[in-house]
Every structure is written in C-alpha cells, then in structure tokens.
Unconditional design. Structure first.
Length: 363
C-alpha cells in the first residue's frame, strides 16, 4: 500500500512541471520566444550599424565642415566634442544606445535637424510606395503562380513562366528610366515625378501617406491624384517581385498538388474550387508568406534609385543624400530603421506561421 502511494506521489511530481508548462497557451509561448529573439536582434543591429558606419574610411569631420573649416584645429576639436567623436568607440556606442532608448537618433551634420524627425517625414512616403508595390505583387504574383501550377506543362504555364523570367531579368534602375521616358515623356499618360501635383495641397498629416490621409480627410481629388502619381514607381518596384512570387508560388503549389490529402479531397468528390482554395492554396501559404515578408523588406530598402528617378521624397532618397554627404548620424538612422523593419517583418511572419500551422507553435 505504501509502495503504491509513493509511486503515485512520484508520478504527480513528475507531471507537475508539464502541467505548469501547459498553463501557458502554445501560441502565446511561441510569440513570447519570437519577441525575445527579435529584441536581441535589434540590439545586434545597433552594434552592426554603429561598427560599420565607423569603419568608413572617409573623414566625417571634413565632409561636414568643408575643407576650409576642417583645416582649423579649433573648429575641428569643437565639432568632434559636440558630436562625441573625441570619446573612445565603446563609450560612443553606449551613448548611442542610450540615446536610442530615449528616441534620439542624433542630429544630421548636414541639415542640423534631428534625424528622427527627418526619418519620420521620409519613411511614410516609402511605406506608401512599398505597400502599393507589395499588394499588387501579391495579387498578381500568387494568382499567376497558382494559375501556372494548375495548367502545368500547358501553353498557359509556359507563357507565365516566360513573363516571370522577364520580370526577374530587367534591372530596376534601367526599367525605372525606360518607364519614365515612355509613359511620361513620350505618351504623357502618367505624371513623371513627385507625390502630388504642385497645385494641390497635401492632406492633413495623420499617417504621412497621402492616399490614406486624403481618404481620411474626404479629399477624393487629392486621393486620385496621389494614386495617379503612385502608379509608375510602384509598378517598377512590383515587376521584379511579381516575377519572383510567380515562380515561387508555382513551385509551392506544385508540391502541394502531389500530396496525399489533396488526392483524398478530390476522391471525396469535392469541387475544384474547394480543393484549390481550401486545401492547395492554404497549404502553400506558409512558404509564400516567407517570400512576401522578405520581398516587402527588400522593397523598403531597395527604393533608392526609383525614388531618385521619380523624385519621391522617401527614405531611399534621404539615404542617398546622406551617403553622398557622409552624414553619419543620418546613415546610422537609415540603417537602424531598415534593420528594425526586417526584424519586425520576420516577427510578423513567424506569428503568422503559428496562426496558420499549429505544428509550428507546438514545436
């Protein structure tokens, strides 16, 4: 009797940690782990950004002051003291991280304005451009990839594969110039530069994105004009992503089509629409989401040349100006923002994994 009692007690003690672990829902535990990893990655991004920026061989003092002022030792010493450049690099990094926690990204050496305020003005323009490009890319790319997979080895499949290959092959900077020349200079169908016609006043600032702010303010004429200006640069950015998503979605769908559960669904007599969207596309969603997240991050960080061609005052144009003038605080701010965007997108993708596929959050 006593032996059986001890056995029950031991089994109870062994099950207690498992019971406690089961107290936290798997999805919340999964999100918590991913959030902790993301915070560590952000700290790593600050270290990498700070280190790489300080490894630039050029002299930021001369770039900021000019040759005449940089020749004066007193002016140089005062500038280095104001910017904290006279301190050891570890001290500079600690100061940098401390300021970041307080929302201070430093002051631009060229404009003498806070970098955080300048990025806050430039970032919404790039977000608007990237969102328009990724939405169009997702709809067309996934749709074409699904269509090509369902028409495997047929003429439609071959045509879609050729079109996607063309989209992947064209350099974005060359395509931006060609599209600008044809549709603005020759045909005059679309506006060539800027986010809005000069005769129109930007809508009241809410998000910084003209299309959304115009809708919120009920200014439909401003919305249509902002959307009109958005077509060309967004199309140029979307073309490469459409080709990438088309080929990837086709491969993902083809893998799912050969799985047993799809064959079983067809054997049950389910409609083709139900099998395609309820089984095939849902199972292929997880890898497609991965590519979408990476593609959106690439659009945000790869808009430099497109924004230059179309005079789109976003983070790409801002980073180009900062790099050419060796504005280190601005360069570090852009690098930090891009890194945080990538980490944030990866976190969102991981959470979507857990929501879509229960096996991920259980593991």
């Amino acid at each position: 009797m006593r032996s059986s009692t001890n056995t029950v007690a031991i089994e109870t003690l062994e099950r207690t940690p498992q019971t406690r672990r089961r107290g936290i829902p798997p999805l919340l535990r999964y999100i918590g782990v991913r959030l902790g990893v993301s915070i560590l990655l952000v700290l790593g991004v600050t270290l990498v950004t700070f280190t790489l920026t300080n490894l630039v061989p050029s002299d930021p003092v001369q770039a900021a002051l000019g040759e005449q002022a940089a020749a004066n030792p007193e002016i140089v010493a005062k500038f280095r003291a104001e910017q904290g450049l006279d301190k050891p690099l570890p001290v500079q990094y600690i100061t940098y991280v401390t300021n970041l926690v307080q929302g201070n990204l430093g002051t631009s050496t060229q404009t003498r304005q806070p970098v955080a305020e300048e990025l806050a003005r430039a970032f919404p323009a790039t977000i608007e451009l990237a969102l328009a490009a990724i939405v169009g890319s997702a709809l067309l790319g996934v749709g074409l990839g699904l269509w090509a997979a369902l028409k495997r080895r047929k003429f439609t499949d071959q045509v879609i594969r050729v079109i996607s290959l063309i989209g992947l092959s064209w350099p974005t900077f060359w395509l931006a110039l060609v599209v600008y020349y044809v549709f603005f200079f020759l045909l005059g169908i679309f506006p060539g530069s800027g986010r809005l016609d000069p005769v129109l006043i930007p809508p009241p600032h809410v998000t910084g994105m003209y299309t959304i702010d115009a809708l919120l303010a009920g200014q439909f004429d401003v919305f249509s004009d902002a959307l009109y200006h958005l077509v060309l640069p967004a199309s140029v950015l979307a073309l490469y992503t459409i080709g990438l998503l088309t080929r990837f979605a086709r491969s993902a769908v083809l893998e799912v089509l050969d799985l047993d559960f799809v064959k079983a669904a067809r054997a049950k007599g389910l409609s083709k629409r139900t099998v395609t969207f309820g089984y095939v596309l849902r199972a292929a969603t997880v890898p497609i989401i991965t590519v979408l997240g990476l593609a959106f991050g690439s659009l945000l960080s790869g808009t430099v040349l497109v924004e230059q061609v179309y005079s789109w005052n976003g983070i790409g144009q801002y980073s180009f100006a900062a790099a050419t003038k060796l504005d280190l605080p601005a360069i570090m701010g852009v690098g930090l923002i891009v890194g945080i965007v990538y980490i944030g997108l990866n976190f969102v993708v991981d959470v979507l994994y857990g929501l879509i596929d229960p096996r991920v959050r259980v593991q």
